[in-house]
Design a protein around this ligand. Structure first.
Ligand SMILES: [Mg+2]
Length: 298
């Protein structure tokens, strides 16, 4: 493995993890070029952009879907009665639109804004203590993929910035990462955080992040954007087609290697995933492939 990083050209067939049954690649020679470009750039040119729900966390544990960041919130016992039902009704209405391959991104984006605005109306006028999120995580479990901890530790050690982009609930995202001891100083979360007036919840802070507007344009004015200067190679991880656009807005983007995790409705969605992601992983609940690629980058 070492020789590969000493200036030799990487051949995809020599990258052991990419021989796994879960790996699908539409254009092997393009991916080979991209991997070589990441290797040449090294970790000092690299940044990671990752989705949170079902990307850093598992998609399922023994067939049971893991709790999303919003679901962790809705499991809290201190929420007013009726909240869960009303929130579930919004999900039933908008989620099919979010994943419908026959609706354009632009059209979906409008519906997503409606969804979050409706959701925000439910998030008003009650007290909420965020400490309960950790209780739910401990009780219900919010498992990271196997190897997510190793990945984040090695990125931290190498000083590679990690942007966690989530259209979910930031308070839960932070709580899960903190619970698993991987909320390192190189991890920056962009998500929807609850706004409080005193103890009372009052919608979300700032602009809504939904599945079709999460990209680096959202952070252009932040200090974090400065940290990314010169890091034009990106390793992008996601589990929804919308995640593939997260590197839009990266300045002077070089190589953006996109890895997509696909679990449910594989047959319906594989073609679309292969269009948007360079490497698609089918029902792989680990970070083995990502860690294997990172190991090549000096
Ligand atoms: Mg996700």
């Amino acid at each position: 493995m070492k020789e590969l990083t000493m200036g030799k050209v990487v051949k995809l067939e020599d990258v052991q993890v990419l021989l796994s049954d879960s790996v699908r690649i539409r254009d092997r020679s393009r991916v080979e070029d991209m991997v070589n470009s990441l290797v040449r750039g090294g970790k000092e040119k690299l940044q990671m952009i990752s989705d949170f729900d079902r990307t850093l966390t598992k998609q399922h544990v023994n067939g049971k879907p893991t709790l999303s960041s919003f679901c962790i919130f809705s499991q809290c016992r201190q929420l007013p009665s009726g909240y869960k039902e009303q929130d579930a009704a919004l999900f039933q209405h908008y989620r099919p639109i979010e994943i419908d391959p026959n609706i354009s991104r632009e059209e979906k984006a409008k519906h997503m804004v409606d969804w979050y605005q409706q959701a925000q109306k439910l998030l008003r006028g009650f007290d909420f203590q965020t400490e309960e999120l950790e209780e739910v995580i401990r009780r219900e479990g919010a498992e990271l993929r196997e190897g997510t901890d190793k990945m984040l530790q090695s990125l931290q050690a190498a000083g590679v910035p990690v942007l966690v982009f989530s259209a979910g609930l930031g308070d839960s995202v932070s709580a899960v990462l903190r619970y698993h001891n991987v909320l390192f100083s190189n991890v920056h979360i962009i998500s929807n955080y609850l706004r409080f007036d005193g103890l009372q919840v009052n919608g979300f802070q700032g602009d809504i992040i939904h599945s079709f507007n999460k990209n680096e344009h959202a952070i252009e004015k932040s200090d974090y954007f400065q940290i990314l200067a010169g890091r034009n190679n990106v390793l992008l991880l996601g589990d929804e087609v919308g995640d593939a656009g997260m590197a839009d807005g990266v300045q002077n983007a070089g190589t953006v290697l996109k890895i997509g995790f696909l679990y449910d409705r594989v047959e319906d969605r594989l073609e679309e995933f292969l269009k948007h992601f360079d490497i698609v992983l089918i029902d792989d609940q680990t970070m083995d492939i990502v860690n294997g690629i990172l190991d090549l980058v000096p």
